[in-house]
Design a protein around this ligand. Structure first.
Ligand code: ACM
Ligand code: ZN
Length: 755
């Protein structure tokens, strides 16, 4: 930031020095904006002048960079409505793309950008570097430039930049299977990736819930596999034709972005199996997946026709994608079917494999060999380490950084995209802008001599909960800006508060580029301090530039509601809603919470169980603090245990008349969370001998889908008691019909309400 203020004050007082083309509209040219570049260049010096791009500006493009020149000309045409003329020499008012070495040689994708009042020169050793330099130039233009608002001239600040990426692999995964995104959305994202100097689009094209790439040899993959039963009963889906893919690949090539297609195997393959049932162990006809999760039907590893199928598919994929890598997934492939399949067991014997993990390794190695024979390299998720890594395979580490560490220690390349920092499907309470910005793609324990095996990183945009392009934008932006800077700029350059200011400066351009970006962080965090008198709510703003407004009557907060200043004391059962505002506009979604005032508030319960460290509900008092859980079981108000029952006893300190005992539990069976089978309620006056007041049984099926909350209540007429207790009986294990049959089931409680 050393340069900004001082130099710009100077700049604003300097008359326009470009005299080559007197323009009647010069007054209308906005001053060049203060450079707020993302990613931050490695070296940047501002000088006190500006360059005006106008109709007389000529393009002086080296032969080797004609494509980049054409891209630049198109960009300027959109915003000036003229085609700048080409030249092969000029004295002033030119933009030059050149490979002529003016300085020391640059690293791959590096560029040197020099702007003064006479000229813009972008020098690079490679076309990708020149292209990255053009993106820097693009970021120096005002937001109106991106709107394609046509103007006769544009000003850019003069400066000198020397820049190159820290990591060679700067990617984003886009899952187009859980939800389908049109060709236009893909192209918009390629353009946005280019704008932030990312260079890989990892395109997730096959899944349980949809097959999205046309394959001539197996037409049913898209005729059947691209369509699932949607929520409204109508078919949901779509796919990319070969023509679409060629168009997208060409669009990406023009922007120096490599598309890495992902064809999942052996798991996450239910859509393919629905199209061609012979590919699975059972041969049963399945439907294209309609739920999210991990499913036991995978490609049969004993069946040679599986490999014939996959090789034919991969051949067509290789014909479409010119990049050197193919991603084959390899994650989350349950071994259940293989354990029970005679063909898979025969393969294990014949190949002298130890178990199903080695069978998976056999599967991946066979595919790796096929790819290698066709001049391609394999990438797989970190599960491909299990049972032995295929020769030359690149590992994409997602379950933490352990996979990247292990791969690099085995002298294999790795890409880091851990759930802790890189999962953009996660909500902001888990991964906000600052968290992404703190990401280091190099595993902590990796010795320096092996750092070069870490090619870089990716952010992963899984789309189970991303039904449309607007939600996609909200999740990807602005977090992508942090990932872009982490992967490009040297770690020593990073300073979050300074980056945050640059992000603010990018919003007008993002708006002009049609991005409906989301929030940077959870706008509001809430703490609850409950006493026997009141439930006190303390709110904290996610960033200092927010204002919080709240209501207690169930209405949506506006700027006319009560502004939050100090803790809110709640003395009766209340629905609280809080909304953050930034620049007087709503920022993020409102928080909506119910607080129940009852006799147990502020008392410390005794618990028969040790609650999960992930789902504490805020601690021991979770079940008596009055704070009710929402339909998001990670909202911090739910307390949970696995397998065991929950017994909760509350000492009311003195005998009290009681009219009702109640409690609420959560169910989301595909996350292994089930309602209790029944609840027993008890009372006691000595804390030793408890009398059962009644049992409320659960009549909701454990198979019931979705997220929901069930209340269990018992009227307790004419009861006086000092101690009350509930016992919630756990279903213990996921039932036989369940996708995770035999795994320990969860109980989630939010409150034991005593009235
Ligand atoms: C993954 O998130 N299953 C790679
Ligand atoms: Zn099998």
């Amino acid at each position: 930031m050393r340069f900004y203020l001082v130099v710009y004050l100077l700049l604003f007082s300097v008359a326009c020095t470009n005299t080559s083309s007197p323009s009647p509209t010069l007054d209308a040219i906005p001053y060049p904006k203060e450079p707020a570049l993302i990613p931050q260049p490695q070296h940047l010096d501002i000088t006190s002048s500006q360059f005006i791009i106008n109709a007389e500006t000529v393009l002086w493009i080296d032969d080797v960079y004609q494509k980049e020149g054409a891209y630049l000309q198109k960009l300027l045409h959109h915003s000036m409505n003229v085609d700048l003329k080409a030249t092969s020499s000029a004295e002033h008012n030119f933009i030059r793309l050149t490979s002529l070495k003016s300085k020391e040689p640059l690293p791959k994708e590096g560029y040197h950008l020099q702007i003064d009042s006479n000229q813009i020169i972008i020098y690079g050793n490679d076309a990708a570097g020149v292209f990255r330099g053009i993106q820097t130039l693009r970021q120096l233009l005002p937001s109106t430039f991106h709107q394609k608002e046509q103007q006769e001239a544009w000003a850019v600040p003069s400066l000198v930049i020397n820049d190159h990426p820290t990591f060679q692999w700067r990617g984003m995964l886009l899952d187009c299977c859980r939800h389908f995104f049109s060709k236009e959305v893909i192209k918009k994202y390629i353009d946005l990736l280019a704008y932030y100097k990312m260079n890989v689009l990892h395109w997730h094209l096959t899944e349980d819930q949809g097959w999205r790439i046309e394959i001539d040899r197996y037409p049913k993959l898209t005729q059947v596999g691209a369509w699932r039963k949607g929520a409204n009963g109508e078919p949901y889906g779509g796919f990319y034709t070969k023509e679409d893919i060629r168009e997208i690949v060409a669009y990406a090539q023009e922007r120096h972005i490599t598309i890495v297609p992902e064809i999942e195997l052996p798991g996450h393959s239910q859509a393919a199996i629905a199209a061609y049932p012979h590919l699975s162990c059972t041969g049963e006809q399945l439907e294209v997946g309609t739920k999210w999760g991990v499913f036991k039907d995978v490609y049969c590893a004993g069946n040679d026709s599986t490999f014939q199928f996959l090789e034919a598919v991969l051949s067509e994929v290789m014909d479409l994608f010119p990049g050197e890598y193919i991603h084959i997934g390899g994650d989350e492939s349950p071994k259940y079917r293989w354990e029970h399949c005679s063909k898979c067991q025969k393969r294990i014997q014949e190949e002298k494999l130890k178990d199903e993990h080695e069978l998976q390794s056999y599967f991946i190695q066979r595919i790796a060999t096929f790819l290698e024979n066709n001049g391609k390299k394999l990438i797989g998720w970190d599960e491909i380490l299990e049972g032995g890594l295929a020769k030359n395979a690149t590992v994409q580490s997602w379950r933490g950084m352990g996979g990247a560490l292990e791969a690099a220690q085995q002298n294999h390349n790795a890409i880091s995209s851990p759930t802790s920092h890189a999962y953009f499907d996660y909500k902001l309470d888990a991964i906000d802008l600052e968290k992404v910005y703190s990401f280091n793609p190099i595993p902590q324990d990796l010795s320096t001599d092996k750092h070069h095996f870490i090619l870089g990183g990716e952010c992963n945009m899984w789309t189970e909960h991303v039904p449309n392009a607007q939600v996609l934008d909200e999740k990807v932006f602005p977090r992508l800006l942090a990932m872009a800077e982490v992967l490009w700029s040297a770690p020593t350059q990073r300073n979050y508060s300074e980056f945050y200011q640059r992000v603010q400066a990018h919003y007008p351009s993002l708006e002009a580029l049609g991005v409906q970006y989301g929030a940077e962080t959870m706008p509001i965090s809430m703490e609850v301090f409950t006493s026997t008198e009141s439930i006190n709510i303390k709110l904290t703003k996610g960033t200092p530039d927010l204002e919080l407004y709240y209501t207690v009557d169930g209405s949506t907060p506006t700027l006319h509601s009560t502004m939050y200043e100090t803790a809110i004391p709640i003395k009766t059962t209340t629905e609280l809603q809080v909304q953050a505002f930034k620049n007087n506009k709503p920022y993020g979604v409102p928080i909506q919470r119910t607080f129940t005032k009852h006799l147990g508030n502020g008392l410390e319960p005794s618990l028969s169980y040790e609650y999960s460290s992930y789902y504490t509900g805020g601690g021991v008092q979770a079940v008596s603090n009055g704070a009710r859980g929402s339909l998001n079981f990670r909202d911090g108000n739910w307390q949970a245990v696995q397998k065991v029952p929950m017994e909760i006893t509350i000492d009311l300190q003195a005998p009290q008349p009681i009219s009702k005992l109640s409690t609420a539990f959560f169910q989301k069976q595909d996350s292994w969370i089930f309602l209790p089978t029944k609840i027993d309620f008890f009372m006691s006056n000595d804390g030793q001998n408890f009398t059962r007041l009644g049992t409320v049984s659960n009549d909701v099926s454990p198979k019931k889908d979705g997220s929901f909350i069930q209340t269990f209540e018992l009227e307790a007429k004419n009861t006086t008691a000092r101690y009350v207790r509930l016992k919630a009986h756990n279903i213990t294990y996921c039932p036989n019909w369940h996708a995770a049959a035999g795994s320990e089931a969860w109980l989630f409680i939010d409150e034991f309400v005593i009235e």
